[in-house]
Design a protein around this ligand. Structure first.
Ligand SMILES: [Zn+2]
Length: 662
C-alpha cells in the first residue's frame, strides 16, 4: 500500500503566562477540526500545539506565585493540556519550549544561521513591552502602541539576526507563492510591512535568566520569537526533520496579531538556516466581546470551560466554527451561543437523529428498512445530499467552516421538511403504505448517515453517538470521506443504543450558570495556587443533568454514595440585591445551620419558604454565587420549557431534620 500523503499543521505555541480563553480555543479547535478532516480524507495528518514557557513574564509570575519557574510552567502547561482534552482536541505533538529536544533544536538553528553569516553580536537599547514580549517603536515614557501599557527602557548585549538581508528574498517568495499568507487583507499588510524595509532583529537577551542558553555565549539566552517559532520544527524531528517527513508545515494557523512573526521572521530564520519554508500561514480574526478585543486588562475574557460544563464540548466547537467566517473578526455572545445550541443542535441534528431512530424502532423493529420505489421527492433529497457532500468537502478544503456547516444544516432543514410533507407516521398498514414508509425512513436515515460523517470533524463527540445509533460499522472518524456516497446505507442494519445528544436547555438559566462560573474563574488566582473551579451549585436538576452530559451515562452505586443528601429545614430566606434569580437561605441540616444560595427567587416567595423541609446536597464544596457564599445545594425538579424549579420535599411524613437520602 502506498504511503498516505503527509499533512502537518500547527496552532500557535501559546504563552503560558495566562490560561486559555476563547480566542486560543478558537485557533485550536480550527486545527483539530482540520486534522480530523484531513485524516478522513486519507492524509497522515499531524498537528502540533504547545506552550511557550520562557521569558521575563513567566519569571515574574512564578515569583509572584512563590514557586520555581519550572514548577510554574509545568502546572500551566498541564492546565492547557487538560483543557484541550476536555474539548476533544487530538494534538499529536504537545511541545513545551522547556523540552530538552526543543532547546537542542533552537541551539542548532542558531548555529546554522550563524554559520551562514546571518547572526552578529551587538547592543540594543529600546522600549520594551513585557506584556507583548516585544520591543516597540516608541520613545521612553511612552506606552506600548499595541496594548497601551507602560514600556520599559532596556539596554543590553545581544545577538542580532540579519533580517534586513531578507527583504528581497521574502518579497520574491510572496510573489512566487501568492497563497502563502491568507487571507488577502493580512497578505497586503505583511507585504507593505516588508516593502517598508526590515530592521535586524535582536534574538538573544542577557537581561533575562529564564530561557534557553546560547551555547558558549552565556549569559545569553534566546529571546521569544527565535525560541517559540522553532517549536514547529522541534515537534517533528528538529535537526532530523527529514526522518519524520512532516517539516515544513502545510499550514500554520495563527491569530492576526502574530501574523508578522509567522510570515516574516519565521520564513527568514528558515531561509537563513537553509531550511524549507511552510506552505501557508492563515491568520484568523479576533472574537470580540461587544466589539472589543478580549483581554485580561479589559476584564472581558471568556473562558471555554464554563461553556463545556453547561453545553458540552461539541456545542462550543459548533458555535465557534459556525458563527464566524474564518479569517474575519467575529462576535462572541452567550446569547447567540445558547440560541445556536437550541436551534441547530437540539432542534436540528439532535431532533432528526432521535425521531429517525424512534420511527425505525416503531415501524421496523429497530432495523433499517429496505426502500421500495423512489418517488421524485425522495430522489430530490438524495440529489441534494449527494451535492452537499461535494460542496462541504470543498468548503472544508478552503477552511470555509461556516459555509460547510450552513450547507449541512440546509440539508437537515430539507429533511425535516421532507418528513413533514411525506408524514410517514400517518401511513397505514396496507402493503403499499408499508413500502412507502420504508422508503421514507430509509431515505431519512441515509441523510442522517451522510450528515453524521460530514459533521464529524466539527462535532466529534455527538456524531460518534449518532454513528453507533445508526448501527454503522467502525468509528465515525474512520469514514473515508472520499468514498462517501448516497445509497450506501444497508437495509437490515440494526440500530445501536440511543444516547442523549443535545438536551434542550433554558437559555436564561444556561447563561446565568456560564457567567457565574466565568466570574468565579476570573476571581480565582492562577491554577498554580488554586485548583480549577468546578460547576456552580444552582438548585436545578436540569442544570445538573446538562452539566453531566460530558460524563459517562451510568454511574455505580459507589459514585452515587459520594453525594451526601440530607433533609434540611429552611430557617431564613431573603432576596439578593443584584441577583434576581437567587435567594439566600439558611438551612438547618441537623448538625449545623448552612448558608445556601438557590436559583428559585422567581418562583418562590422567601417568606413562604421558612419552615419548609427540603433535600440538601451537603457535601458540595462551598462556592460563591454573585459574591455570596453558598455551602450546599437545594434539590429541585426543573419543570416546563422555562425550567421552573420545583423544590423536592416530604409532604407525606414528618421526616427528621438531618436524615440522609439514599
Ligand atoms: Zn504591549
Amino acid at each position: 500500500m502506498p504511503d498516505k500523503p503527509k499533512y502537518y499543521l500547527t496552532t500557535p505555541i501559546y504563552y503560558t503566562n495566562g490560561l486559555p480563553h476563547i480566542g486560543h480555543t478558537y485557533s485550536t479547535i480550527v486545527c483539530d477540526t482540520l486534522r480530523r478532516y484531513k485524516r478522513m480524507r486519507g492524509y497522515d495528518a499531524v498537528m502540533t500545539t504547545g506552550t511557550d514557557e520562557h521569558g521575563v513574564n513567566v519569571e515574574r509570575s512564578a515569583k509572584k506565585a512563590g514557586v520555581p519557574e519550572s514548577e510554574f510552567v509545568a502546572k500551566m502547561a498541564a492546565e492547557w493540556r487538560a483543557l484541550w482534552d476536555e474539548l476533544g482536541v487530538q494534538g499529536d505533538e504537545f511541545i513545551r519550549t522547556t523540552d530538552l529536544k526543543h532547546a537542542h533544536t533552537v541551539q542548532w538553528l542558531f548555529k546554522q544561521c550563524r554559520d551562514n553569516g546571518f547572526v552578529y553580536p551587538g547592543h540594543y537599547t529600546g522600549q520594551y513591552c513585557i506584556y507583548d514580549n516585544a520591543y516597540v517603536d516608541v520613545k521612553p515614557g511612552e506606552n506600548c502602541p499595541d496594548c497601551g501599557r507602560p514600556t520599559e527602557t532596556v539596554t543590553e548585549a545581544n545577538f542580532y539576526f540579519k533580517l534586513s538581508a531578507f527583504q528581497k528574498p521574502l518579497l520574491d517568495w510572496y510573489a512566487k507563492h501568492p497563497d502563502f499568507i491568507q487571507p488577502e487583507a493580512r497578505r497586503n499588510e505583511v507585504l507593505s510591512f516588508v516593502e517598508g524595509g526590515l530592521r535586524d532583529l535582536s534574538i538573544t537577551r542577557t537581561s533575562v535568566r529564564w530561557g534557553i542558553p546560547v551555547p558558549g555565549e552565556e549569559p545569553h539566552v534566546f529571546y521569544v520569537w527565535f525560541d517559540a517559532l522553532t517549536a514547529y520544527l522541534s515537534a517533528v524531528g528538529g535537526p532530523q526533520y527529514e526522518k519524520t517527513g512532516f517539516f515544513p508545515a502545510d499550514l500554520h494557523v495563527v491569530g492576526k496579531e502574530i501574523i508578522r512573526f509567522h510570515a516574516v521572521y519565521w520564513p527568514a530564520f528558515l531561509m537563513a538556516a537553509g531550511l524549507p519554508l511552510p506552505k501557508q500561514v492563515w491568520a484568523h480574526g479576533w472574537l470580540l466581546m461587544d466589539s472589543a478585543k478580549m483581554s485580561k486588562s479589559l476584564g472581558n475574557v471568556v473562558r471555554p470551560r464554563p461553556i463545556v460544563h453547561v453545553l458540552g464540548m461539541d456545542a462550543l466547537r459548533y458555535y465557534l466554527l459556525r458563527e464566524t467566517v474564518f479569517g474575519q473578526d467575529g462576535n462572541f455572545s452567550y446569547d447567540a451561543l445558547v440560541q445556536r445550541y437550541n436551534s441547530d443542535l437540539a432542534n436540528g441534528l439532535g431532533n432528526l437523529a432521535s425521531r429517525t431512530a424512534a420511527m425505525v424502532e416503531k415501524n421496523n423493529g429497530g432495523k433499517i428498512p429496505k426502500p421500495a420505489t423512489f418517488q421524485p421527492q425522495d430522489t430530490a433529497l438524495a440529489t441534494k445530499a449527494q451535492e452537499a457532500i461535494g460542496e462541504v468537502l470543498e468548503q472544508y478544503d478552503k477552511l470555509g467552516f461556516s459555509l460547510a456547516l450552513e450547507e449541512i444544516w440546509s440539508l437537515i432543514a430539507a429533511t425535516d421538511k421532507y418528513l413533514t410533507t411525506e408524514h410517514p407516521w400517518s401511513l397505514g398498514d396496507s402493503e403499499a403504505d408499508q413500502q412507502r414508509r420504508a422508503t421514507i425512513l430509509w431515505t431519512t436515515a441515509e441523510v442522517l448517515r451522510i450528515v453524521t460523517a460530514l459533521t464529524h470533524p466539527v462535532l466529534p463527540e455527538s456524531t460518534t453517538k449518532v454513528w453507533s445509533l445508526l448501527g454503522q460499522p467502525g468509528r465515525a472518524d474512520c469514514v473515508a470521506l472520499d468514498g462517501l456516497r448516497w445509497g450506501q446505507l444497508v437495509p437490515g442494519t440494526a440500530l445501536g443504543k440511543s444516547q442523549a445528544l443535545f438536551p434542550r436547555i433554558e437559555k436564561a438559566e444556561a447563561i446565568e450558570r456560564m457567567e457565574a462560573m466565568e466570574k468565579e474563574a476570573q476571581n480565582a488566582p492562577s491554577p498554580v495556587t488554586t485548583p480549577a473551579p468546578a460547576s456552580a451549585p444552582v438548585a436545578s436538576a436540569a442544570a445538573s443533568a446538562a452539566a453531566a452530559q460530558a460524563a459517562p451515562e451510568k454511574i455505580g452505586i459507589e459514585d452515587f454514595a459520594k453525594v451526601e443528601m440530607r433533609v434540611g429545614q429552611i430557617k431564613t430566606a431573603e432576596r439578593i440585591v443584584g441577583a434576581d434569580k437567587l435567594l439566600k437561605l439558611t438551612v438547618d441540616i441537623g448538625t449545623e445551620i448552612r448558608q445556601i444560595c438557590a436559583g428559585i427567587a422567581q418562583f418562590y416567595e422567601p417568606e413562604k419558604l421558612i419552615g419548609r423541609k427540603v433535600a440538601v446536597v451537603v457535601n458540595l464544596a462551598p462556592r460563591k454565587l454573585r459574591g455570596v457564599e453558598s455551602n450546599g445545594m437545594i434539590v429541585a425538579a426543573s419543570v416546563g420549557p422555562e425550567g421552573r424549579p420545583v423544590l423536592a420535599g416530604f409532604p407525606d411524613e414528618d421526616v427528621e431534620i438531618g436524615a440522609r437520602l439514599k
